[in-house]
Design a binder for this molecule. Structure first.
Ligand SMILES: [Zn+2]
Length: 532
């Protein structure tokens, strides 16, 4: 049996029904090009008759030359008790002018009799005639058997008859849908196997994630003979979402030898996932298998030690195969090796048994106990290492600062700050305004320092995050402030912790500026050494 699996993406229709998702026509066109570039077999984009936005999409999509994907329109079987030619919804599907049409119909007898309220025979005719209508017009016809697994469990004989009607109508693929997402992989395996015995037409799977098993169900279907998988690229969809196609692709194409994408495209999986998330304006789940930021992140000391000795000791695949990146997280539990790597970046001559290594470990533990976290704040961590190694100097001293807030804010700024600092024995007092106390403080400090260090003029904050640390003692609850800064070229992140939000921000701010000045000084030293 061929190992080729057709990947069918429905992000633009089923995915767009997810809470919080809203695509413009431009977004849809960008997704179309992105997924086509990745090698997806089918891209389904809804019914042009359902709204003018979809009609505009199909009109503009026609101008795009697709390299891999076939574009599909999606609609239901004809309404009951009319001729298929008289059904306006059926006709509107033709407006999309796509090579592929997907028709969904009822497999579950209860839905036929109690929801759309017609006879079981009429439902079979609706399926057969609608498919034949499109087949006669030269379309590739895919049949989505809605509620197939539930229907089969209640009335297997009738469910099979609906598939037979679809085959008679000219279905090129029979897609078995777990519309309510309540089926188990073992059931999918059994039912797909039976259908594969009964039908020569290729089988597909369309799974929803209501039990967290959409990916498992899709993989089970393929392992039992299905060769067409429907879902959405990063898994969003109505309720708990559709089957996550990228997870399925990685499982089938990387861990098994199924062909889901062109061979050179598997290593773009993480990249494409982030791109889809960006266009869709959703945050990618950090813990999503293969594509999440934490998918290959190691924190436990023994794990890091193991991965350093042999990657497969704690990794099920080489992250590079899906374009992921192995990360070692900074933490007190990360163990000596991890800390040593950081120390060596500052001073390669320090040995493992050097007392300074112990001092750094101890300091790190104390700070983590106080609520510090250095994951994503590597610059503050480097400063701690430098302080212990004696490779640090202070660039300024704070005399004092004062922040004045104004409520309600009049004019552009609601806060102002006055700061007095000392550099090499010289005093400097400045004031600045900001739209909040931290902004005002940051501006005042930078202004004061620019007199001495003009390079700071192009440094600015790009992100400011505050997290309340849930301490055991509620009265002494602390906040952790993460600051991200940039000089336009490099980005660095620093952290500060205190029971006072201004103080925590100040600590992170000082780290940010000192880190930049240390790097500048270092760069100048290397330049001078090269010149000499
Ligand atoms: Zn669906």
């Amino acid at each position: 049996m061929s190992k080729k699996v057709a990947i069918f993406d429905s992000s633009l229709r089923d995915g767009a029904q997810a809470e919080g998702i809203s695509f413009s026509v431009e977004d849809k066109l960008r997704l179309l090009e992105l997924l086509d570039g990745h090698g997806v077999g089918y891209i389904e984009a809804g019914n042009p008759g359902s709204n003018p936005k979809d009609l505009e999409f199909f009109a503009r999509a026609k101008a795009i030359h697709l390299r891999h994907a076939r574009l599909a329109a999606f609609g239901s079987t004809r309404r009951r008790d009319i001729q298929v030619e008289q059904d306006s919804n059926v006709h509107s599907l033709l407006l999309a002018d796509t090579p592929v049409v997907v028709i969904f119909g009822k497999s579950w007898d209860f839905h036929v009799t109690d929801i759309i309220r017609t006879s079981l025979e009429e439902n079979l005719a609706m399926i057969r005639e609608t498919l034949a209508f499109f087949k006669a017009r030269g379309k590739e016809v895919i049949y989505d058997a809605e509620h197939f697994f539930d229907g089969y469990k209640h009335n297997p004989e009738y469910a099979v008859r609906t598939l037979r009607a679809a085959v008679e109508g000219g279905a090129g693929t029979l897609v078995l849908c777990d519309t309510n997402g309540g089926t188990f992989p073992s059931e999918v395996g059994v039912i797909v196997t039976r259908m594969a015995e009964l039908f020569d037409v290729p089988l597909g799977i369309h799974a929803h994630n209501d039990c967290g098993m959409a990916v498992a169900n899709s993989v089970a279907a393929v392992e039992h003979g299905a060769r067409h998988v429907q879902g959405t690229y990063i898994g969003f969809g109505e309720r708990c979402g559709n089957a996550n196609l990228l997870t399925i692709i990685a499982n089938l194409g990387v861990k098994r030898d199924y062909e889901c994408l062109p061979p050179d495209q598997y290593r773009n999986i993480v990249h494409v996932a982030r791109h889809v998330a960006a266009i869709s304006n959703v945050a990618l789940n950090e813990r999503e298998p293969f594509i999440g930021n934490s998918a290959f992140a190691h924190k436990g000391g023994m794990h890091i030690d193991g991965v350093n000795k042999a990657a497969h000791s704690f990794e099920h695949i080489d992250p590079e195969r899906v374009g992921g990146q192995r990360r070692f997280l900074m933490s007190e539990v990360s163990g000596r090796r991890m800390i040593l790597d950081k120390i060596w970046e500052v001073d390669p001559s320090v040995t493992k048994d050097d007392p300074v290594t112990d001092r750094i470990m101890k300091r790190l533990k104390e700070m983590e106990h106080d609520g510090y976290q250095f994951e994503g704040a590597e610059s503050s961590f480097e400063l701690i290492v430098r302080k212990q190694l004696g490779k640090y100097r202070s660039f300024f001293e704070l005399e004092h600062f004062r922040i004045i807030g104004e409520q309600p804010a009049k004019g552009e700024y609601g806060s102002s700050a006055i700061i007095k600092i000392k550099v090499d024995g010289e005093d400097e007092i400045t004031a600045a305004e900001g739209d909040g106390p931290v902004h005002a403080l940051d501006s005042a400090l930078r202004k004061a320092l620019e007199t001495f260090y003009p390079e700071l003029a192009n440094v600015h904050l790009t992100d400011y995050k505050v997290r309340v640390i849930n301490g055991k003692d509620a009265t002494a609850s602390k906040v952790r402030v993460l600051l991200q800064s940039t000089d336009g070229e490099v980005i660095w992140t620093t952290v500060g912790v205190s029971t006072d939000i201004i103080e925590a921000s100040w600590l992170a701010l000082v780290d940010s500026i000192e880190y930049k000045l240390l790097k500048l000084e270092e760069a100048k030293r290397t330049q001078a050494a090269h010149a000499g």
